[in-house]
Design a protein around this ligand. Sequence first.
Ligand code: SAM
Length: 278
Amino acid sequence: MKYTVLSLFPDIVDAFMQSSIMAKAIERGFVAYQAVNIRNFAFDKHKTCDDAPYGGGAGMLMLPEPLGCALESVGVRNRFETRRLSGKMGGTEAADSACPVDTRCPPKKKVIYLTPSGKSFTQALAKEFATEQEELVLLCGRYEGIDQRIIDAYVDEEVSVGDYVLSSGEVAALAVIDATYRLIERVISPLSLEEESFGNGLLEYPQWTRPEKYGTLTVPDILLSGHHENIRRFRLRKRVEKTLSFRPDLIRKGLEEHLFDAETCKIIDAIAETITDI
Ligand code: SAM
């Protein structure tokens, strides 16, 4: 997977990409990345990248020209451009803007604009990106966001990392990168992914490590018993309990979509009898 991040603060991205498992994934050739500084594409001597929004209102917006040039520099095409060229050859401007030509990136390269008003980024979407794409071009906003024409002309998907507002898109882009690269084959052991949160529609079970006694707190006996089947059952029950408690919406969805096996359904039924709120 290649990640191309367009940002006013590429250093934030560099710092992340050069550390820990990510650095190893790059070294081993599973991941490639480039961070592009949008400011390098500003037109004036002050390197201006923002201006006030038309119609008034608070804050500034990122200018379209530097963003467009930055996107073109990494091989992303303006989907209105072909029509505009044909317009110059005799078409009308009205027809040009009414009929965008589909010059989106080839199917395995996606341009994503990080925005709180985008579709929710979930583990399912992370998996989709990791398995179906070869390159993600991640566009980071700043200020009040970006000119709508950049979204119309270049962006394939608008993605939000949560129902809150960050001050810029870099942290959101890194969340998308972090959640997707670890799902790429051979980056981490498949065993580590097997019982993670959201796998099988459940959250992960709670875990303990050494020492056996921490102050007055101890480790559940069953985990010290060495009885693998009992440990497996204990963990499944804990997953269900935790999911029912923190994310009953996941249980509802799992039941609707028949994600759970008979054993899990039985545990849900048993616990649900004692709760009214699912
Ligand atoms: N005015 C925008 C709004 O109300 O939707 C918020 C702009 S925010 C201050 C600046 C930039 O941060 C956005 O352009 C976007 O790139 C990024 N951002 C903020 N929150 C985000 C979120 N939850 N998910 C993804 N990107 C986010």
